[in-house]
Ligand binder design. Structure first.
Ligand SMILES: [Fe+2]
Ligand SMILES: [Fe+2]
Length: 301
């Protein structure tokens, strides 16, 4: 049986990319600074990030079977775009953990869901009733489920127990996690980000994404991440983005209900919101295809 002390003790032993929190804050500051340039961004990346950015830029531009011809970071960043760079940088430390994941972890689904949720969280953050930093909600959205990676990678025995409860007792995943670990993946992910000194709005967004009403502080961030997660679960980027009218018809009622469910986020004009969501998801789709790869095995997350 896990408990919070046991989990935090184990999290302290995880040493992945110790420079991550610093790099995240520097890169997010640069991305939101209209005066920054591609070479400013390139200077702040460590070699593994730079390698991944080059790989993705080449795949996005030339496809997987061509000769690689983008060799400079400036060119690679121009191909990928500033905002999309955020996805790559934020997920870097975690992608290694799920490299070659077995069939109990669906990497492609995980990455797709993270990127969709990040895009939506950023948009929903603009409708929060108290000011939130949209870049922070965006980070929360991208990282909200990292606790699942930690559970899968560092608590293997408990992970198997959770899977058994889901399969044999038909328990919802979050409930099964609470039964086995005493906490859910939101709390596990938040504990790690807290150890890394990430801003509290990001930590609380992640911690409370399945229980936003429990947030004492950063309520708006918690609700924005929660609603983005709910919305992201409804989206299938392969069938949902064919035309805007269908997209709006499918999701308008959800947006109304989501907005009425809390006073922390109020979406006054659903069509305007859905139109931004549609554009943002269309633009993220290409990146998802090259980042997530085509490993489509394993159960959902
Ligand atoms: Fe979650
Ligand atoms: Fe999620």
């Amino acid at each position: 049986m896990g408990n919070q002390d046991y989990i935090v003790k184990k999290l302290r032993q995880i040493e992945i990319l110790p420079t991550f929190p610093k790099i995240v804050s520097e890169i997010l500051a640069l991305i939101s600074d209209p005066m920054s340039s591609a070479s400013d961004l390139a200077r702040h990346m460590d070699p593994s990030m730079a390698g991944e950015v080059l790989r993705i830029a080449n795949t996005a531009y030339f496809g997987t079977r061509s000769f690689r011809s983008i060799t400079t970071m400036e060119r690679a960043i121009a191909v990928i775009g500033y905002e999309h760079l955020g996805y790559i940088v934020l997920q870097m430390p975690f992608l290694g953990m799920i490299q070659g994941a077995d069939t109990t972890f669906n990497k492609k689904l995980f990455i797709t869901h993270a990127i969709v949720c990040g895009s939506l969280a950023k948009l929903i953050g603009a409708y929060a009733t108290a000011a939130v930093d949209q870049n922070e909600v965006y980070v929360s959205g991208i990282l909200h489920d990292i606790g699942r990676i930690i559970m899968y990678r560092y608590f293997k025995k408990e992970w198997q127990e959770v899977l058994a409860l889901i399969k044999e007792e038909h328990m919802p995943a979050v409930e099964a996690e609470r039964a086995v670990y005493s906490v859910d993946h939101g709390q596990v992910g938040a504990s790690l980000l807290e150890l890394w000194n990430l801003p509290s709005a990001i930590v609380d967004g992640v911690r409370y994404h399945h229980l936003p009403e429990a947030a004492q502080q950063n309520r708006e961030s918690a609700f924005a991440t929660h609603l983005a997660n709910q919305f992201a679960k409804r989206i299938d980027i392969y069938t949902d983005l064919e035309n805007f009218d269908d997209f709006a018809a499918r999701h308008r009622e959800f947006c109304q209900a989501a907005s009425e469910s809390t006073d922390a986020v109020i979406i006054h004009d659903e069509i305007k919101f859905l139109s931004s969501a549609y554009d943002s998801l269309k633009s993220a789709k290409g990146l998802i295809e090259v980042t997530a790869g085509d490993d489509d095995t394993g159960s959902g997350c």
